[in-house]
Design a protein around this ligand. Structure first.
Ligand code: GPU
Length: 799
């Protein structure tokens, strides 16, 4: 396969293109253009540059009749695209210059773009990094998902409490997408199944239209572009004219409203299954549209159905699209006439499933009655799949059990490969959730440790450091990230260390300036930036971090003349709107922050900052500015983590447990350059079985006891002294995530960090070794692993 030539454009020509779009796409002249107009014009001009490589890539795939990868995901947490696309096209300097020549501040223009927040957290961001790597590796691929009208809610704080409001990225035109009204499929729900002559047919009771919107995804150096195809739900029947003529205007638009509801909003639950009927409809909606679309493409190339697995790899991002199995079987058997056994085997040859969690509350199960009502034919097909599976294995694992359809078991049985997302997690998948299935199908489970795209998460978000790296080892590292290893010898070079430290300092100042402008907060950039950013969840233990913060504050007040290492504790993240405990933790963080930040004894020594509305763009400010990365989940609970990788890559040291990919990060960056603490996954299980383990731990720790007494006694909520009594009480009897047991080890490790951080030269040396050894965590490596072990697709050589 050949590649698309590099994009050649100078600032003068790009400037003309921007003005052309301003005039003819937006209908504005230069004197009346707003920031939004400039941003749209720049985006449309850049989008034009993507089109040629996009066409060329598509043409090559059709010509070669190459195998394609279909990545099915409920979430794509993409963030902003202007800068990303300019960088991948290698025209970011040209774009900056063109905007400057038009009197526009490039950074402000870039920041005007709303984040595409079509995801909750790690799972959705992983999908976005994978799209970037698939294009960079020139693997023919489509991302398939839902074009939510409202992405993840916006978070505000009122008196320290989280308030959610609807997100509205599509109230403006989305610059990057192409609407494809001609690509539309009818998606059915409900109804009944008829059988005659051994043939089954589903007659849905209601239907909606899935309508496609395509966004080109350009890879590094513009060599290749794949497509992200998102489905929007539209009514089959536009408008009920009869009702309108009767004067019933509400009823007249009811079909439209009902249909559009399906793609209206992203469910805001991260690693929890809410079991809502609309969610099941969303899952079937986008999965069925995607399967119909890929089958149509396959058949249009004149292939025989038996060859489907040689042409199609379908990756299920968790169980959300697990209905793909029965849907593909239905199309192969009911519509195309394959015998049932052959349909199942063919579908399995195409399908693979990624598991992202062991948390029981996240494992999707649908009430069988609801499932059978919405998807009656699929219900029956699942029974047939289960029969075949039971006949092959002799049990004991069922897919439908105790009145529930278990989507994990369904995905597993219908996949030829199942993967976990870190070495530790994959091991636990084999030993716990899928123990029996692993015994029945011992070849099926493989590991693919997660990764992150170095284009966004180093090159673009950290220009001070990526510039330094370019000058030190050349410019080939962004798509061959293990080249960063060549920085290791420089860890001992005084001048390089100084330059590395200066880059970190520049990032801290950039963050400080941004927060000042946004929230009016002042940060002392000489302090250590200690950052925990992720969804708020009990297992991630933001609470433990906060308890340690209070303990440090106590220590400072006990000894105000001590030689303390100044720290800024930064928290950011959203809680699911229905997750009461997580919201209580947010409230407590804000209450503690208010108290400590107002205490003169803490001034210059300890500050807590919790900027509202964490998203991808905020992470792009925070990650490069971190000195210390908090990865402190209860061992065995975080499947992988990807934030942990972003921080290490950007030269933060980690304080972390032996959980998820922390284990592999520590192995690679070196144990001396990673602050390990806490119980192991095995120890966690053992400790939890001990009676009163939390009470014992609290009794044994005067430091922790004091903190808990303060919180329970209202030291941080004087207006409502008992506000956190329940939270503290629960920690004594229901400390499922072992905050109490790991506290002392965590606190002591933090004090070691205080001491180590003061040796700036040595800290910087170890930070460099984090960056230089984090190259393996590129999502290019992860995607190459999927291509080899799961999809059986080739990747083009690097150029
Ligand atoms: N994860 Br399940 C999510 O972000 N959302 C989910 O619904 C589920 C998992 C995360 C894991 O918690 C995290 O450890 C992992 O790094 C990430 O998926 C990507 O694999």
């Amino acid at each position: 396969m050949t590649f698309h030539a590099p994009i050649e454009i100078d600032a003068q020509s790009l400037r003309s293109e921007i003005i052309r779009h301003l005039n003819y796409s937006l209908g504005k002249d230069e004197t009346h253009a707003s920031l939004h107009d400039w941003r749209m014009s720049l985006s449309l001009a850049l989008r034009d540059l993507v089109v040629a490589p996009w066409f060329a890539s598509t043409r090559k795939v059709y010509e070669a009749r190459a195998k394609r990868v279909y990545y099915l995901s409920m979430e794509f947490l993409i963030g902003r695209l202007v800068e990303d696309i300019a960088i991948n096209l290698r025209v970011e300097d040209v774009a900056r210059e063109a905007m400057a020549s038009l009197g526009q501040d490039y950074a402000a223009v870039v920041a005007d773009e709303p984040d595409a927040a079509l995801g909750n957290g790690g799972l959705g961001r992983l999908a976005a990094c994978f799209l970037d790597s698939l294009s960079t590796l020139q693997i023919p691929a489509y991302g398939y998902g839902i074009r939510y009208e409202h992405g993840l809610f916006e978070q505000h704080f009122e008196d320290g409490r989280q308030i959610e409001t609807a997100e509205g990225w599509l109230t403006q035109r989305h610059a990057w997408e192409f609407e494809r009204p001609e690509v539309a499929y009818e998606i059915g729900f409900g109804g009944y199944v008829s059988e005659s002559g051994g043939k089954a047919a589903w007659h849905p009771g209601e239907t909606v239209i899935a309508s496609a919107y395509d966004t080109p995804i350009i890879g590094w150096k513009g060599r290749w572009a794949n497509t992200l195809r998102l489905w929007a739900a539209k009514p089959t029947r536009l408008f009920d004219l009869e009702s309108f003529n009767r004067g019933d205007y509400m009823a007249a638009s009811a079909p439209e409203t009902l249909a559009r509801t399906i793609s209206r909003v992203l469910y805001p639950d991260d690693t929890t299954d809410t079991g809502k009927e609309l969610r099941l409809k969303q899952e079937y909606f986008f999965t069925a549209a995607s399967i119909q679309d890929l089958l149509r493409r396959f058949l249009s190339e004149g292939n025989a159905l038996a060859e489907l697995p040689q042409h199609v790899a379908i990756q299920l991002n968790d169980t959300h699209p697990a209905i793909a199995g029965p849907e593909l079987v239905r199309l192969l058997a009911d519509v195309h006439g394959l015998p049932m056994a052959e349909a199942i085997a063919t579908a399995r040859g195409c399908l693979a499933y990624t598991n992202h969690t062991l948390l029981p509350e996240a494992l999707e199960r649908w009430p069988e009655a609801l499932f059978a009502q919405i998807l009656p034919r699929h219900h029956r097909i699942i029974e047939l799949i289960e029969d075949a599976h039971l006949a092959a294995t002799g049990g004991p694992v069922r897919i439908i059990e105790d009145g529930s359809v278990k989507m994990g078991e369904l995905a597993f049985v219908m996949a030829h490969r199942v993967n976990g997302v870190s070495a530790l997690h994959t091991g636990l998948v084999k030993q716990t959730v899928f123990r029996d299935l692993h015994q029945a199908y011992p070849e099926r489970i493989v590991n693919q440790t997660n990764g992150i795209t170095p284009r966004r998460w180093l090159y673009s978000c950290n220009r001070p450091l990526s510039g330094l790296i370019d000058r030190s080892i050349g410019t080939e590292w962004p798509d061959d990230l293990e080249q960063l290893g060549r920085l290791s010898p420089l860890a001992d070079d005084g001048a390089f260390r100084e330059a590395f430290r200066a880059a970190k300092q520049a990032n801290k100042e950039r963050l400080a300036a941004w927060l000042k402008a946004r929230d009016g907060i002042t940060l002392d950039t000489a302090a250590m930036f200690d950052i925990q950013i992720k969804r708020i969840h009990e297992y991630k233990r933001q609470l433990m971090n906060l308890l340690e913060t209070v303990a440090l504050w106590n220590a400072i007040r006990d000894n105000p003349n001590g030689d303390w290492t100044p720290r800024i504790k930064i928290f950011a993240g959203k809680a699911a709107p229905g997750y009461f405990v997580a919201k209580e933790i947010i409230h407590l963080i804000n209450d503690v922050a208010r108290t400590i930040n107002a205490d003169p004894a803490a001034r210059g020594l300890l500050q807590i900052v919790y900027p509202a509305n964490y998203n991808v763009s905020m992470a792009e400010y925070l990650v490069p500015a971190a000195d210390l990365s908090e990865q402190i989940s209860t061992a065995g609970k975080e499947a992988s983590g990807t934030g942990n990788m972003k921080f290490a890559l950007n030269g933060a040291l980690t304080i972390g447990t032996l959980d998820g990919a922390n284990v592999e990060i520590r192995e690679r960056v070196g144990a001396e350059n990673f602050y390990l603490f806490g119980l192991t996954a095995e120890e966690v299980t053992a400790r939890r079985a001990e009676p009163d383990f939390a009470r014992h731990a609290i009794e044994a720790s005067p430091t922790l006891r004091r903190v808990l007494e303060q919180i329970a006694g209202g030291a941080f909520s004087p207006d409502e002294p008992r506000r956190y009594a329940g939270l503290v009480h629960r920690l004594h009897d229901h400390d499922y995530f072992l905050v109490s047991c790991d506290f002392d080890s965590y606190y002591e490790t933090q004090r070691r960090i205080d001491a180590d951080y003061r040796d700036t030269g040595d800290w910087t040396r170890r930070a460099i070794l984090n960056t230089s050894n984090a190259g393996w965590f590129s999502s290019d490596r992860t995607i190459a692993g999927y291509a080899e072990d799961i999809w059986n697709v080739g990747r083009a050589p690097r150029r």
